[in-house]
Each structure stands twice: as structure tokens, then as C-alpha cells.
Design a protein around this ligand. Structure first.
Ligand SMILES: Cc1cc2nc3c(=O)[nH]c(=O)nc-3n(C[C@H](O)[C@H](O)[C@H](O)COP(=O)(O)OP(=O)(O)OC[C@H]3O[C@@H](n4cnc5c(N)ncnc54)[C@H](O)[C@@H]3O)c2cc1C
Length: 452
């Protein structure tokens, strides 16, 4: 039975906060949503949406550059950064307005301002028109995360950038030194190179995307090298200097790189400081709010969801956590989130997507799996579209044939992975995948072929 009338106070309107708000309101809860920037959160203002909007432009630009190989034009065109920025602003503002309209129609009260807990049943919000004190029955901390800025990095938003500074640049930078080769670092390497920048990528380990399947990293590295990206392997940045138009990055092995801009992509930090958490008994670990399997903090009527918990820094995960938190807060039946089945993607070109148990994880766990691989070079649609780089890998249980996971490196891998994600969720066998008749010619045929 839903606990209607429960007053849920939500701090932070990113994916976790907005999803929790809409679900709680639709189930009869009374909801107050506090946000100090944009409804939609960092995800919509600085992270997923603007970066993928830029990636969309980058992809089109790459397509035009490659069009000559398909017997078309050979003029790569020019990039208009003004139009790019305007498009990002319009999309962000549309999402913000749509959310405000939806939540308003559900009678969610939205308060613009920064909230701080002053007791375990009360927050004070600093708004433009003064302070507001709001009492609540239950609360959700969904304040997200921000870019990590090491103390040796003099970020100025002009020459030394975080990802948040990339969306309103006046010109395409001449030469960007990207520091960090995790997901964000490789995505922005792809974006800037596609838009016409020279790019040097500082890779602290021996491969890009450390901890990932080396075969996946190898495809991306090959692509980057072919595009002229300079890979600075095995180097850690330890200092940045700006001298007029030149930015130089010093690495711990003595190498020094020069460019026009440096971009920091060295991870994120949770935004939990200054929220009054310690004072009300909400425990954190290295800044991340500690939660149980239902996202309850150490103060059980206060939940935390999204990046501030550090569980899996994805918008999709934050949204799902928000939905589950809303149900739990209203005493509705809910299952804990199964993190082993989360599909994720890296928006380079080729894209990289994975779901479930993949080969490297199985090896780390000492679990026996069967892995089959099909290169897109043997898939008709990929070849005729000139997207033959990459592969599909499907992991199955050797005893039962059940699909456990998969990795796709290729054009639109973020869409194709849905087939494997569904197979994993529904515990489909490789035989069922194999028996599924896909369109010919299509890239999905590579998935069924990999189930062979
Ligand atoms: C460059 C980049 C690209 C990304 N791309 C993707 C992607 O393609 N797909 C994907 O799944 N994930 C992506 N992510 C990760 C994704 O953005 C995060 O996982 C997601 O935003 C986390 O959502 P959240 O609910 O924690 O809140 P956030 O989106 O972080 O929003 C939190 C909100 O809380 C507000 N806030 C903070 N403190 C207070 C306070 N005291 N009072 C009021 N409001 C407050 C903040 O202003 C912010 O608006 C990307 C991340 C980065 C950095």
C-alpha cells in the first residue's frame, strides 16, 4: 500500500532527483525538489546531453570527411562553434522546460536554490529572495558530482579546461592536450579531433581505457592513431603552465607537451561537502554517501542516489536508483538494483558498449565462460557502409548456453547493445539468439553470428 501524503524532499534535480520526483508524485507522494542550477541537473547542463550533442556534430563531421571514400564529396566543410553552442543551449533549455512542465503538472514544488540540512527532518534553502526552511518526512540526497581538479592544474576555463568549459568555445582549439584516457578523455579526444583539433592524449597506463578489455582499447587506439591523435602512453601529467597562447603539460617521465589548450579528464568528486550531512549523522566515505541496497543512508529515512553515492557514475543508473528510491520511500514494493546488468556505452567512433559479464570480468572472478567474437569486417552492412572497424563479443555460460554478457565495438554500438542487454535480462540462450532472424543486411546480424 502506497504511503501517500509522505513528504519527500529532494536535494538536486539530476536524473536521480527528477526521476524520484516524478515517480513519487505519480504515486501520491508530496514532493519538494530543490535545485541550484537547472532541472535536469549536471547530466543535462554539462555532462551527457551537451557532450553527446557535440559528439553528434563530431560524428557528422567525420562522416563528411570520409564521404569521399563512398564516392561523394571531398569538402570537409567548416565547424561553426556558435551554432554548436546554440544547439547545446537550446537542447538543455528544452529539457529543463519539459521537466518543469511535467513536474509542475504533477504538483511537485520546485525551489530554485541551494539546500543544506539543518536537522534530520529539515533543510534550509538559500534562494534569490532569501532563505526558506522546509520540513520533510523523507529526503533524497542527489547532488551529483563535479570534475576532479588536481592541485597542479590551474583551470581557468579558457586555456586549461574541464569538460564543463568545452561547450561554449569561440573557436575549435588548435591543439588540445587531453589529460586522462578513461571514458571522458577518449570521448573528448574523439570530439575535438573530429571537429578539426590536433589532439595529444596523455595515457597514464599502457592502454587507453584502463581496466577494459585490451582488444577494445586496441581498436580505439588504432582508430585514434589513424586519425593522427598523438598517444602519450605511460605518462602521468604532473603540472601545467600557460604562457601566452601556449599551454605546456609536464609529465612525470620528463616528457613535456605543448598545445593551445589542456583538458582535464581525470575523474570526478562527489558533491557532498557543506550539505550538513555529518551534523545529522549521514556518513560518507571519501565524500561518497554510504548507502544500503535500497539506497538508504545511515539515517534510514534519508536516501542518496546518483553520482554522490559513487556506485556507478551513469545517468541511467542514477535514474533507475531515483525510481526505486521513490517507491521505497512510499512503502511500495521494490527490488534492489542489479548492477551486473547495466548496459553502458562510450560515445567515440567506433562506439564501445557492453553489458553483463564480459570476458575480463569473468577472468578476474575466475569464472569459466565461453566467448565468441565476430568482426564487423565480416558483416555485409558494416562493409557497405564503411563502418567495418570493431567487433561483437558474446559471453555465454558454457554449461547452460545462457547469454551472460557482451561487448560491441562499432558504429552505433550504444544502440546495438540493447539486443544483448535484453538477452542478458531475459536469460536468453545463445541458441535463441541464433534462431532469431535479423534483417539482412544489418549490423544486428553480427550479434546473432556471434552467438554461433
Ligand atoms: C562529460 C560527461 C559525460 C557524461 N555522459 C554520460 C552519458 O552519455 N551517459 C550516462 O549515462 N552518463 C554520462 N555521464 C555521467 C552522468 O552525467 C552522471 O552519472 C549523472 O549526471 C548523475 O546524475 P545525478 O542524479 O547524480 O545528478 P547530477 O546530474 O550530477 O545533478 C545533480 C544536481 O544537483 C544540484 N545540486 C548540488 N548540490 C545542491 C544543493 N545543495 N542544493 C540544490 N541543488 C544541488 C546540482 O547543481 C546538479 O544540478 C557523463 C558524465 C560526464 C562528466
Amino acid at each position: 500500500m502506497s504511503d501517500t501524503g509522505t513528504h519527500l524532499l529532494i536535494l538536486g534535480a539530476g536524473p536521480a532527483g527528477t526521476q524520484a520526483a516524478t515517480i513519487a508524485a505519480s504515486k501520491g507522494g508530496r514532493v519538494t525538489l530543490v535545485e541550484d542550477q537547472v532541472v535536469g541537473g549536471a547530466a543535462h547542463l554539462w555532462d551527457c546531453i551537451p557532450s553527446k550533442t557535440m559528439a553528434a556534430s563530431a560524428l557528422r563531421h567525420t562522416s563528411v570527411r570520409n564521404a569521399v571514400k563512398l564516392g561523394l564529396i571531398n569538402d570537409p566543410g567548416v565547424v561553426d562553434t556558435k551554432v554548436l553552442s546554440q544547439r547545446i543551449d537550446e537542447i538543455t533549455s528544452d529539457i529543463n522546460e519539459n521537466w518543469i512542465e511535467l513536474l509542475g503538472s504533477q504538483t511537485v514544488e520546485i525551489i530554485g536554490g541551494r539546500g543544506v540540512f539543518v536537522s534530520d527532518h529539515e533543510v534550509v534553502v538559500t534562494t534569490q529572495s532569501g532563505e526558506r526552511r522546509v520540513r520533510f518526512d523523507k529526503a533524497l540526497i542527489s547532488t551529483g558530482s563535479g570534475p576532479r581538479v588536481p592541485d597542479w592544474a590551474p583551470v581557468d576555463g579558457v586555456k586549461v579546461l574541464t569538460t564543463r568549459d568545452c561547450y561554449h568555445l569561440d573557436v575549435v582549439p588548435e591543439h588540445v592536450i587531453v589529460i586522462g584516457s578513461g571514458v571522458t578523455g577518449v570521448e573528448f579526444t574523439h570530439i575535438f579531433e573530429s571537429l578539426g583539433s590536433e589532439v595529444s592524449l596523455v595515457v597514464s597506463r599502457q592502454q587507453v581505457l584502463p581496466h577494459r578489455d585490451p582488444e577494445v582499447a586496441a581498436v580505439l587506439e588504432e582508430d585514434f592513431l589513424e586519425r593522427g591523435v598523438r598517444l602519450v602512453i605511460g605518462a602521468r601529467a604532473k603540472g601545467i603552465e600557460v604562457d601566452g597562447e601556449t599551454v605546456s603539460v609536464a609529465c612525470d617521465d620528463g616528457r613535456r607537451l605543448s598545445g593551445s589548450h589542456a583538458l582535464l579528464a581525470v575523474g570526478s568528486v562527489p558533491l557532498s561537502a557543506g550539505l550538513g550531512l555529518e551534523e545529522i549523522g549521514v556518513e560518507t566515505d571519501d565524500g561518497y554517501v554510504k548507502v544500503d541496497e535500497y539506497q538508504r543512508t545511515t539515517v534510514p529515512h534519508i536516501y542518496a542516489g546518483g553520482d554522490v553515492t559513487g556506485q556507478m557514475l551513469l545517468s541511467s543508473v542514477a535514474s533507475m536508483q531515483g525510481r526505486k528510491i521513490a517507491r521505497h520511500a512510499l512503502n511500495l514494493p521494490v527490488q534492489p538494483l542489479d548492477y551486473s546488468k547495466v548496459a553502458e556505452a562510450i560515445f567515440t567512433e567506433p562506439e564501445i558498449a557492453s553489458v553483463g559479464l564480459v570476458e575480463v570480468q569473468a577472468a578476474a572472478l575466475g569464472r569459466k565462460v565461453r566467448t565468441t567474437k565476430v568482426p564487423f569486417a565480416s558483416n555485409a552492412r558494416s562493409v557497405l557502409q564503411h563502418f567495418e572497424r570493431g567487433f561483437v563479443k558474446v559471453t555465454t555460460d558454457p554449461a547452460t548456453g545462457v547469454v551472460l554478457g557482451g561487448t560491441i565495438v562499432g558504429h552505433r554500438a550504444s544502440e546495438l547493445i540493447g539486443v544483448i542487454a535484453l538477452a542478458v535480462q531475459a536469460r536468453v540462450t545463445a541458441q535463441t539468439l541464433l534462431d532469431t532472424l535479423m534483417v539482412h543486411p544489418s549490423m544486428t546480424e553480427a550479434i546473432t553470428d556471434a552467438a554461433e
